[in-house]
Every structure is written in structure tokens, then in C-alpha cells.
Design a protein around this ligand. Structure first.
Ligand code: DX5
Ligand code: ZN
Length: 218
């Protein structure tokens, strides 16, 4: 079993052919679901009703990424859908520990996400409250942006800290991950890779997932 996880983002899927596109990514580890509120980020996608139908339809478990301001209210609602993980943003939450605990109590993995400019040090003391940390490698809001290499020192520092305290937290990257950039993120400690355009822009999404997984193995 590989420790490298590839999570295609359905932000790059065809929204009116979602069931068909979910069938094209059977090789994925998790399906990444980008929830945006046109408030925390300048874009609007879908909410809990759509996520519920994707959860009921997808053969692969869901990894929900909340890019919404009111995440402390909504994170438990998404966890209750039976998804594998719910990740909310550090810049949006008023109480990351309380929200993570509520998500875990419901039975989902709890994740916290950092915009490119948000430092990670505040997480060092509360690392045990989370199952995964999402280091954004673009400004959240849109697919198809270029990977920002200046986020790599934060990722490698987090990875070093996690190793030092023998944490098994997953380190996820999201934004601009493709065949050219995935190895850089892997070398800096990422083990979980979100990819939107690199998967759904490929002629064979499953083949793209398998190729990315091989390139992500350091
Ligand atoms: C961006 C989203 C990403 C996006 C990634 O705000 O969080 O998940 O879908 O898309 P690509 O892989 O095309 O950068
Ligand atoms: Zn995302």
C-alpha cells in the first residue's frame, strides 16, 4: 500500500456530468470537494446538498475542502454526510480546536488549511488535534493556477516538526500540482496531493492519477 494519496478535485470536473466524471477517477484515493462561498474566496461552487449527492454517488470517499467564512458552523454538517475528511481554513475559524474536535466526534478526519501567506507555527502546539494539514500552493478560489514554490519552506518545516514529534498527520498540498511540480512538493514532505486540471484535463484521468502517484513517491 502506497503512502502517497492522489485526490482529484471535482472543481475541474464537468458539473453537469458529475456522475460520469466520478466514474473516470476510480484510481483516486479520495475525491476532493471544493466548497466556496464567494466570501472567503471570490468564487462560488456548491454546498452541502451537492456534496451529499456526490457522497452518495462516488465509489471513492470524499475529502471536503471548505473555503467558507462560516466554517465553525458548517464543518460538522459536512462531517455528518459521512465524508472521510473535512478541512477548514485557519484564516476563517474562530476556534480551530473546537471545530476539529466536533468533526472528529462525528467520525470524519479533521483538517486545517493555510493560505500561501499564513504561517504554520501556531499549529505546532495543536498538531494532535488534526488528522491532516493542507498547505495551499496557490491562493484558494480557482483551479488551473500556477504552483507557488515559495510555500515549500513552510511545508518542509511542518514536515520536520511532525517527524520530530512522531505525528502521523497527513501533509496535503493543493494548487498547481501536476507532473512537473508534484515531486517538488513530495521532496518537501507532502504525502497527499490534490490535482484538478492535471487529472480532469487529461485524456485518461485514471492514467493521470496513476502517473502522479508514481511521481509523488520520493
Ligand atoms: C483551489 C482549489 C483546488 C483546485 C486545484 O482553490 O482548492 O482544489 O481545484 O486545481 P488545480 O489542480 O487545477 O490547481
Ligand atoms: Zn481544494
Amino acid at each position: 500500500v502506497s503512502d502517497v494519496r492522489i485526490n482529484p478535485s471535482i472543481l475541474s470536473a464537468d458539473f453537469v456530468n458529475m456522475e460520469r466524471d466520478l466514474q473516470r477517477i476510480g484510481a483516486a484515493d479520495f475525491v476532493h470537494v471544493d466548497v466556496m462561498d464567494n466570501n472567503f474566496v471570490p468564487n462560488l461552487t456548491f454546498g452541502s446538498q451537492m456534496t451529499k449527492r456526490v457522497q452518495e454517488t462516488s465509489p471513492v470517499p470524499l475529502d471536503v475542502h471548505l473555503m467558507i467564512n462560516d466554517c465553525d458552523r458548517w464543518a460538522p454538517t459536512y462531517a455528518e454526510l459521512g465524508v472521510a475528511s473535512v478541512t477548514f481554513h485557519a484564516e476563517a475559524t474562530a476556534d480551530p480546536v473546537a471545530t476539529a474536535r466536533r468533526v472528529r466526534e462525528i467520525g470524519a478526519r479533521a483538517g486545517i488549511a493555510l493560505r500561501p501567506g499564513t504561517p504554520a507555527e501556531f499549529l505546532y502546539d495543536i498538531l494532535g488535534e488534526f488528522d491532516q494539514i493542507l498547505v495551499m500552493t496557490v491562493e484558494p478560489g480557482f483551479g488551473g493556477q500556477a504552483f507557488q514554490p515559495q510555500t515549500m519552506p513552510k511545508l518542509s518545516a511542518l514536515a520536520a516538526h511532525a517527524r520530530a514529534v512522531e505525528s502521523d498527520v497527513w501533509l496535503q498540498v493543493d494548487g498547481g500540482i501536476n507532473a512537473d511540480t508534484i515531486a517538488i512538493a513530495a521532496e518537501n514532505g507532502a504525502d497527499t496531493f490534490v490535482a484538478g486540471s492535471a487529472v480532469f484535463g487529461a485524456a485518461d484521468p485514471d492514467a493521470a492519477i496513476i502517473m502522479l502517484r508514481e511521481l509523488g513517491e520520493t
